[in-house]
Write a protein that binds this ligand. Structure first.
Ligand code: GAL
Length: 353
C-alpha cells in the first residue's frame, strides 16, 4: 500500500529541475543520466585498443531529448513498456482504455508516459543514482497511484545494474524497461549489423502486422530469429520470406527467455572492431530485441553523429508485449501490498565469446 505520506506527496508534487549527473567506477567506466525520463545519456566503457567508447546513444544537450520522445533515446519506459493491443485490457472485470500512440495500439506507456516525465534524481554515492516518481491514478489510462523507484549502479567489475521497484494503492499492470540504444562501435557512424549476438531463447512470440502478439509461443528453430548460436545481426535481418521479419522490417520481436524469472544470462553482444562485449543479465521472462528498423537518419546525436537506419540496438528485458490480454503469458498485474521488482545487468568486458 502507498503510505498516506506518499499520496499527499503525490498531490503536492512539483516538477523537479531537469539536471544531469555522472557516476563512475575505479576503472574509468562512467555513466551519465538526466532525470528527464530517468534516462541514461552516456555509458563509457573500455575498448580493446586502450581507448574508452560511449556505447549508448545520446545528445549534447538535455533539451534535445524533449524533441526525440518518439525515439525513446535512453529512458525508462512504462508504465507498460512495449505494446498493448488497441490500448485496452480488462483487470478484475473492469475494462481500461489507455492512450493510443502507435497506429491503433498503446506503446511504451503512451505519449505522456514515464519517459516524458521529470523524475526526482538523487546521487546516492559516486557509483549510484536513484530516480523516483509517483505516477497518479488515471495517468495515460492506468489505474492506481504507483510509486516507482529505479536505481542505476556501476559496479567494480564494469557491470551496470538497473534495479526497479514499484508499489500501488489499487490493482494495476506494470512492465518497466530501459530503452537505451547500444552501439558497441562507440559511434552511430557504423551500423550495428556487424555486432555478433547470442540470445538464450528457444522461443519467441509471433505477432500480427501491428506487432501485437497472436498468443502463440513459437520455436526459433530454423528461423532467422535463432540466435542460440552467436550470429552477426546483419546476416539474416532481411530474410523477409520469414513473415515475422517482414512485419517488423528486421528484428523487433520478443524472445521468450529459456530461464524465465531466474536472474541469468539473457543475451550477449560482441563488436569485433572494438573488442567490446556486452552481456545482458535479467530476471525477466522476455527480451525485446529491436534492430533500429524505424530510424530514418533525420535525428542527429552527440557530436553530430547521425542516428541512422540500424545504427543502434535496444535489448529490452521485460514481460511479453500485450501480456495483459493473454492469460497464458506471465502476469503483469501488481496489487496493493505487493512489490514489483526487477533487476537487469549490462556487463562489459573484452572477452569475446
Ligand atoms: C521499440 C519497439 C519498436 C519501436 C521502438 C521505438 O522498443 O520494439 O517497435 O517502437 O521501440 O521507436
Amino acid at each position: 500500500m502507498l503510505s498516506l505520506v506518499a499520496v499527499i506527496a503525490l498531490s503536492c508534487q512539483r516538477t523537479p529541475k531537469v539536471e544531469m549527473i555522472t557516476i563512475s567506477n575505479h576503472n574509468g567506466m562512467s555513466a551519465t543520466f538526466t532525470n528527464y525520463g530517468a534516462r541514461i545519456t552516456s555509458l563509457i566503457v573500455p575498448a580493446s585498443d586502450g581507448t574508452f567508447k560511449d556505447v549508448v546513444w545520446g545528445y549534447d544537450t538535455v533539451e534535445e531529448y524533449y524533441d526525440s520522445n518518439d525515439l525513446y533515446c535512453g529512458p525508462i519506459v512504462g508504465r507498460y513498456g512495449n505494446r498493448i493491443g488497441k490500448g485496452r485490457f480488462v483487470l478484475d472485470g473492469k475494462e481500461y482504455f489507455l492512450t493510443i500512440n502507435d497506429g491503433e495500439n498503446h506503446l511504451h506507456g503512451g505519449s505522456g508516459g514515464l519517459s516524458t516525465k521529470v523524475w526526482n534524481m538523487e546521487k546516492l554515492s559516486d557509483r549510484e543514482v536513484k530516480m523516483s516518481i509517483l505516477s497518479p491514478d488515471g495517468e495515460e489510462g492506468y489505474p492506481g497511484n504507483v510509486e516507482i523507484t529505479v536505481y542505476y549502479t556501476l559496479n567494480y567489475d564494469n557491470s551496470f545494474d538497473i534495479k526497479y521497484e514499484a508499489v500501488t494503492d489499487a490493482p494495476t499492470i506494470i512492465n518497466l524497461t530501459s530503452h537505451a540504444y547500444f552501439n558497441l562501435h562507440g559511434t552511430s557512424k557504423y551500423s550495428t549489423n556487424s555486432h555478433i549476438l547470442r540470445i538464450n531463447a528457444s522461443h519467441f512470440t509471433p505477432t500480427d502486422e501491428g506487432l501485437i502478439p497472436t498468443g502463440e509461443i513459437a520455436s526459433v528453430g530454423g528461423t532467422p530469429l535463432d540466435f542460440r548460436v552467436p550470429t552477426a545481426i546483419g546476416e539474416r535481418i532481411d530474410e523477409v520470406s520469414f513473415e515475422p521479419i517482414a512485419f517488423a522490417g528486421g528484428y523487433d520481436h520478443n524472445w521468450v527467455l529459456d530461464k524465465e524469472r531466474e536472474f541469468s544470462l539473457a543475451a550477449e553482444v560482441f563488436e569485433p572492431s572494438t573488442g567490446i562485449v556486452m552481456q545482458v543479465w535479467s530476471d525477466q521472462p522476455g527480451l525485446q530485441f529491436y534492430s533500429g528498423n524505424f530510424m530514418d537518419g533525420k535525428d542527429i546525436g552527440r557530436g553530430g553523429d547521425i542516428h541512422g537506419y540500424r545504427t543502434g540496438i535496444a535489448l529490452e528485458t521485460q514481460n511479453y508485449p500485450d501480456a495483459p490480454n493473454h492469460p497464458d503469458f506471465p502476469s503483469p498485474v501488481l496489487r496493493p501490498g505487493e512489490v514489483y521488482k526487477q533487476l537487469t545487468r549490462y556487463s562489459f568486458s573484452l572477452n569475446a565469446f
